[in-house]
Design a protein around this ligand. Structure first.
Ligand code: PLP
Ligand code: COI
Length: 341
């Protein structure tokens, strides 16, 4: 028997629990070192690090799932590795190779196996890869050294209640600029979302919906998830925009809706004054999984989709199929699942 940990898996929210090991690799003199696991969760970096002053950092989020048979699997980790490289290019950081990214995820999960929640609890092991610019520096320029690391922490639902509908409000703030960093998973986007999020929560909403920064007429996304809607004629629709984060969950749902549920799918403009084209709506992401949207408040009026208390039937089917694939109960498309052995 391996190590066991005393955690009430069913009661987990989305918060940090220190696990035993994390992966760390240093970039210096133009290359990454071989990387290693460490028990130390404290980073010791130069006060001049670009990550601290100029936001030169990016991150990822993915999960390890325990199957009914007790196996552990990752969901599309290569997509996170690729997206991290895209983020790195946008803010001039060295790319970490995708095969090494996936291998490091596997190492971290294996080393913390005791923290992978049991099947059926709804909880998962969340992996947080990140990269920071470090080293002595003062000018606005790319760092001379970098740290890539992955830690993990067991998590439950990101939005309270999990598969219960929540309401969002349209924010007056923008999350990203039209040609800014919205499509990159960089910390600055999230720092800017803290105040709008706080305002939304104080008004009783789960989070805000951001509109497109150029015209403020189209839905972009939620603070930490993409948006989707189901039309009256059963189409899965999700916004297309260069300033939203290309959600791996969203792209997976586009395939699930089409290939598993036989729906038509569309990535296109979603106008905030045309919400009545949707009979159901949801937020999707690694942390959010699928969170049904009860209603969206815009200009002082709450537009309710399916219901503020009940999950719509299509949203439920999408959720069951996606999580079925992630937890190993439904056969996955080729290449989506990486077993941790
Ligand atoms: N949008 C934002 C702003 C996010 O932070 C996330 C989370 O990663 C998502 C969307 C969902 O992306 P994914 O499905 O790849 O987790
Ligand atoms: C994720 O879904 O992985 C996220 O990154 C969302 C949030 C915790 C930033």
């Amino acid at each position: 028997m391996g190590k066991t940990v005393d955690i009430d898996w069913g009661k987990l929210g989305f918060s940090y629990i220190k696990t035993d090991y994390r992966y760390i690799s240093y970039w210096k003199d133009g290359k990454w070192d071989e990387g290693r696991l460490t028990e130390d969760n404290i980073l010791h970096i130069s006060e001049g690090s670009t990550a601290l002053h100029y936001g030169q950092q990016c991150f990822e989020g993915l999960k390890a799932y325990r199957t009914k048979e007790g196996k552990i699997q990752l969901f599309r980790p290569d997509r996170n590795g690729i997206r991290m490289q895209e983020s790195c290019r946008r803010i001039m950081m060295p790319e970490f190779p995708v095969d090494r990214f996936v291998d490091a995820c596997i190492q971290v999960v294996k080393a913390n196996e005791a923290y992978v929640p049991p099947y059926g609890t709804g909880a998962t092991l969340y992996l947080r890869p990140f990269m920071i610019g470090v080293g002595d520096n003062i000018g606005v320029r790319p760092a001379s050294e970098y740290i890539f690391s992955i830690f993990c922490t067991p998590v439950g639902p990101y939005f309270k209640g999990g598969m219960k509908p929540v309401n969002f409000m349209v924010s007056d703030y923008d999350r990203a600029a039209p040609f800014g960093t919205g499509a990159a998973k960089v910390g600055g986007n999230y720092a800017g979302s803290l105040l709008p999020h706080e305002i939304a929560v104080k008004k009783g909403f789960a989070d805000c919906i951001y509109l497109d920064p150029a015209t403020h007429t189209k839905i972009e996304e939620v603070g930490a998830a993409n948006f989707f809607g189901i039309t009256k004629d059963n189409k899965f629709v999700t916004p297309e925009s260069p300033s939203i984060l290309p959600s791996i969950t969203k792209y997976s749902l586009l395939e699930v809706a089409k290939d598993y549920l036989g729906m038509e799918v569309e990535e296109r403009d979603v106008y905030i004054d045309k919400l009545d084209e949707f009979v159901e709506a949801g937020a999707c992401g690694t942390a959010a999984v699928i969170t049904p949207i009860g209603g969206i408040e815009y200009k002082g009026k709450l537009h309710v989709f399916y219901s503020e208390t009940e999950v719509g039937p299509i949203t439920k089917k999408l959720y069951d199929t996606l999580t079925g694939i992630q937890f190993g109960d439904v056969e996955a498309p080729e290449g989506w699942i990486v077993e941790v052995k």
